[in-house]
Design a binder for this molecule. Structure first.
Ligand code: FAD
Length: 510
């Protein structure tokens, strides 16, 4: 967008993170709460509370420059072509108004910006190139891949947003391991060190510690700018010709709903009533094996191999759509002890050390990422009592697991157990639903051709407000069964490109 020479300003409620503050290079990294993924537990100044009392899954995010990519694992798959055509293929949900082929060049561009490591040739996908060689499989990856081989299931080294070579000013991965608390090495592609330096060099301005309260509109129904609180808590108004929302699947509907006015009494861009509705997570199951031989412990990127054996619908399984498996390395010493105690594998008193020794560095597991389907009653609304530090209503999550997801989780747990046993696990620990796994937030301002059933059109522009755009996971029509960030970013590039084209041809507001 900076190519257009428009003045571009981004308002971010958090601040820059200094990589030397990351706990990932310290001995006690596991006990650091500033990088806890649950905002209700972390409670940094930039965080806002989220009411999850009516959801079995709580939200995970990070509020600061780079957003959730500061904490993300960097597991970086693309969507499958079929993910954009769920209604046509399976008669449920909706098809997307865009497809894989349209997004392909933006996936490629984003891969270069982020620096993706991987191995070309995955039969689960149309051909695609990796920018760097894959991360090493390690003992975890090799062991679990042997298990998949025994069962004859698909697996492939994961595409990762982690540099395996020096890339664009970033250093390569040295297996620090604590990727989920920020990468002090700079190998993980958090967007503060990938996109932002380029954007700033191109003239984009970023104001940090500025929390947006609402988007304002004029009497013609066009967005005029944003009201926000600056670092000193003072209310400010930022005028704008175009407004682009990128606050994530929870933060974007929150601000749209909070931007009600005489013209938009139910919240901005909400004539369809779909703002906040159709919230999708990925229900996660975790299946962990305890092995006789040492695995990698927490050393190295969390993930390295994925299996898409159960990705597409097979009606014999009793549910629609499917899930993917990701291999998962083990834990640091403190988390190993806690998991041992909570799962009854490690006693607190007598025998503690011996039992801990059998678990330490010997855990390797799988997570199953299940495709969630859009349902109107799964939603983000504004809490009537809870607010953030500036008095802005907090989001409230109301979410139930569908019968389809329940069946899928059961099936995934059974297959995951089978895979770990095939890989040689001596003991298997199952967590059927991971409660803190609300890190993929999608669907709450979905895209579509029909203004009555969607919030934005096929290029991310609000149907109701012709200079308002959404470029985060809110616009997803369905959730697929893989992590969403590469697709969020490809869509953002596609929407930006479309805005540029339409500006050039003076058709942006038609
Ligand atoms: C622990 C964890 C692990 C993850 N692992 C993976 C993974 O392996 N692979 C993957 O694909 N994805 C993963 N994710 C998800 C990934 O982080 C998100 O998909 C991605 O960050 C979404 O990008 P976004 O810019 O749309 O939203 P975010 O990254 O959430 O950024 C939104 C930004 O908006 C700001 N904001 C919100 N409201 C306001 C407001 N009112 N005013 C001003 N600023 C505001 C926030 O502070 C934040 O910085 C993970 C997430 C977490 C938390």
């Amino acid at each position: 967008m900076a190519d257009t020479r428009m003045e571009i300003l981004c308002l971010e409620q958090g601040d820059w993170v200094n990589p030397s503050d990351y706990p990932s290079s310290t001995m006690d990294w596991e006990s650091d709460n500033k990088f806890n993924s649950n905002p209700n537990h972390r409670s940094n100044a930039a965080d806002y509370p989220i009411n999850v009392s009516e959801s079995p899954i709580s939200i995970a995010n990070y509020n600061g420059v780079g957003g959730g990519t500061i904490l993300f694992a960097g597991h970086y798959p693309r969507f499958h072509p079929s993910d954009f055509r769920v209604k046509s293929l399976d008669g449920i949900a909706e098809d997307w108004p865009v497809d894989y082929r349209m997004l392909e060049k933006y996936y490629d561009e984003n891969d270069r910006m982020m620096g993706v490591s991987g191995l070309a040739g995955d039969p689960a996908y149309p051909p695609k190139e990796a920018v760097m060689p894959p991360i090493p499989l390690g003992r975890t990856g090799e062991t679990l891949a042997h298990g998949f081989n025994k069962l004859g299931w698909h697996w492939w080294p994961s595409d990762m947003a982690i540099a395996t070579e020096q890339y664009d000013g970033r250093d390569k991965c040295i297996n620090l391991g604590a990727c989920g608390m920020g990468c002090a090495q700079g190998a993980k592609a958090s967007t503060d060190i990938t996109y932002w330096p380029h954007a700033i060099r191109a003239g984009v301005k970023l104001k940090t510690q500025c929390r947006v309260r609402e988007i304002t509109v004029n009497k013609e129904g066009k967005a005029t700018g944003a009201i926000y609180y600056d670092a000193d808590g003072n209310e400010q108004f930022q005028p704008a010709e175009l407004v682009v929302m990128a606050c994530n699947g929870i933060g974007t509907p929150r601000i749209l709903l909070n931007s009600s006015s005489a013209l938009f009494p139910d919240g901005l861009a909400n004539s369809s009533g779909m703002v906040g509705k159709n919230l999708m997570f990925h229900p996660y199951a975790a299946i962990e094996g305890i092995f006789r031989d040492a695995m990698d412990g927490a050393k190295g990127p969390h993930k390295c191999v994925a299996s898409h054996e159960f990705y597409e619908t097979n009606l014999e399984r009793g549910f629609l759509r499917g899930f993917s498996f990701e291999t998962q390395r083990g834990y640091g010493p403190a988390a190993t002890a806690l998991r041992g105690i909570f799962t009854g594998r490690v006693p607190k008193g007598e025998g503690h050390h011996a039992a801990y020794g059998k678990m330490s560095e010997r855990v390797a597991g799988l997570v199953a990422i299940c495709e969630d389907l859009p349902e109107l009653h799964n939603q983000v609304t504004l809490d009537t009592e809870l607010t953030d530090a500036h008095g802005i209503p907090a989001p409230k999550i109301q979410y139930t697991l569908s019968e389809n997801s329940q069946k899928m989780l059961d099936f995934a747990v059974a297959r995951g157990t089978e895979a770990l046993e095939a890989a040689g696990a001596e003991d298997v620990i199952v967590q059927r639903l991971v409660g803190n796994a609300g890190w993929h937030n999608m669907g709450t301002a979905r895209m579509g051709l029909n203004p009555q059933t969607s919030v934005v059109n096929e290029w991310g522009r609000s149907h109701d407000v012709k200079n308002l755009f959404v470029i985060d996971g809110s616009v997803f029509v369905t959730s697929a069964a893989v992590n969403p960030t590469r697709t969020i970013q490809a869509l953002a590039l596609y929407i930006a490109d479309t805005i540029k084209e339409k500006l050039a041809s003076a058709t942006l507001f038609d």
